[in-house]
Design a protein around this ligand. Sequence first.
Ligand code: FAD
Length: 395
Amino acid sequence: MSILSKPNRPWLFNVDRNPILHGILKKTFYEQFCAGENSIETKATIRELKDMGFRGVIMTYAKETVFDHKSQEQHGMGVSALESEQKGERLDSRVLHCASIEAWRDGTLKTVDMMEEDDYLAVKLTGAGVKVTEAFAAGELPPQQMLDALDEICERCKERKVRMLVDAESQHFQRGISRVTLELMRKYNRDGYASVYNTYQAYLKSTPSTLASHLSAAQQEGFTIGLKLVRGAYMASDERSLIHDTKEDTDNAYNSFAQGALKQSIGDFGANGSRPFPSVNLFLAGHNKESMVAAYELHQKRTASGLPTVPIRFAQLHGMSDEVSFSLLHMKEGDEIPEVYKCSTWGRMGECLAYLLRRAIENRDAVLRTDNEYRALKNEMFRRLTKPFSFPPPS
Ligand SMILES: Cc1cc2nc3c(=O)[nH]c(=O)nc-3n(C[C@H](O)[C@H](O)[C@H](O)COP(=O)(O)OP(=O)(O)OC[C@H]3O[C@@H](n4cnc5c(N)ncnc54)[C@H](O)[C@@H]3O)c2cc1C
């Protein structure tokens, strides 16, 4: 995957041009993790996921840029995306209009149009190309054309009652991404709920201060923070010293943000601090069953005792950790069903390579979890096979 995702591959290794390679990858890897290469395939996958009982889907358009801290290079947009990037540069010098931003805007609006009420659009802002990544790398807001595109996308989301999650990406770009997302939350989260969510990576040592400054803005200015929480997916390419030293530290950070939000008490905000807790909508994204279950149980406990808490939703990636997703769905109490989403990506194979590469790395790390799922399936098979022979429990 890492060889295939390098730009300018010869024909043999070009997934969009070599039909045999395309066919093999499509049936093995692509269909496991991605929704489709066009809107017909994507809509069919969305329907399939909803029929399984999920509250909705989170859909993202695959184009993105990854910054490798070790080589100091940007990569991962796929060959076809790179070509449009080069075309964009040529066009830019003549008419001062960036074709890459335009292509990203079109792809993203097309994604919104595939979605239904209460679904989520997830966006990777670096997919809009070099003009945008240059600004993010400097911690600045992107060009006006991109800000206009974001406004148009947010308006379209509101019209279609779809919400937007802005993905967290490589650290190299994250300061700029977080800055522009705060602006969007400020503008679009004023109706008592979050239309736009920022993603907070628990593995970063800097996340407590980023979150504190966003909570402060929300509390002072009266808007809702969309708090999408993840552990963080860029360990292979990001600067290691910025990330917690151990997995345990990352786990503790993740759980303390999740539980803190649910108890409406994070740092200086809420019960244990000196400042009121602002309006927060929580979205827990991840495959760690303990974190998910603990958060759901805390939410239920607080709701049942009449204690203040925040709305919570859960998401796992399409093709991964179905055991976690279905366990959450089965934790329903009465009519109250946990709101579980599956998150998928659509786009041409070349555009999806950076995403597929991350899934490959993550699944290598997830052998233990796969083992748990294998054991759960074996137990369930055994239970179903032996059920006809079991006796009712003594009354
Ligand atoms: C719906 C959804 C959306 C997502 N969106 C984003 C996004 O926008 N941005 C993003 O970056 N990620 C995103 N991710 C991926 C996420 O950040 C994690 O990589 C992935 O979910 C694995 O972590 P986990 O919480 O599932 O649990 P686990 O498998 O328990 O944890 C694995 C994670 O722990 C951390 N970790 C592992 N080893 C160490 C170590 N030695 N030291 C410190 N930390 C360590 C890493 O973050 C690693 O990914 C998303 C995931 C999902 C399910």
